[in-house]
Design a protein around this ligand. Structure first.
Ligand SMILES: [Zn+2]
Length: 147
């Protein structure tokens, strides 16, 4: 059920408003990698939750800025969001940075291994490697400067 701010019930959102969850077969590799590096099942689940929060923060910032998020997914390379309206460089920069910022926030409040892993996730995602948040951020900056 979906609740309006007034507490009244409304009908579920139409298909166009829904965010699709895409779980590709390659997601098994992500889960396997997390379970291999985590010292316990509890920490593995907390790290997966961190990865989900990273992606959800991208989606929330996109939605708050008026960009339609079509899907949140996991494939063999990691997690991703698919959205419409990707031609706004400043918005792309904000969205790109929001995921690593979520990991930095988690690193600040978590302790020990989980804090370190979130710091690694944040900094690793900021590297300008193909398909990374860092590459998207640099691309958005170069588009803003040139156009
Ligand atoms: Zn990201």
């Amino acid at each position: 059920m979906y609740l309006l701010p007034t507490g009244k019930r409304s009908s579920p959102p139409s298909r166009e408003k829904r965010v699709r969850l895409e779980l590709k077969p390659g997601a098994v590799l992500v889960f396997a990698a997390v379970s291999l590096v985590a010292p316990s099942l509890k920490l593995a689940l907390l790290l997966l939750a961190s990865v989900v929060l990273h992606e959800v923060s991208h989606a929330i910032v996109a939605a708050l800025c008026g960009s339609k998020v079509k899907a949140i997914g996991v494939n063999w390379t990691g997690t991703y969001i698919r959205r419409e309206d990707t031609r706004r460089p400043r918005l792309n920069l904000l969205i790109s940075l929001s995921g690593p910022l979520a990991n930095l926030a988690i690193a600040a409040i978590a302790i020990g291994w989980l804090s370190h892993m979130n710091l690694i996730l944040a900094l690793g995602n900021l590297l300008p490697l193909p398909h990374s948040d860092g590459a998207r951020a640099w691309h958005a900056i170069s588009e803003s400067v040139s156009g």
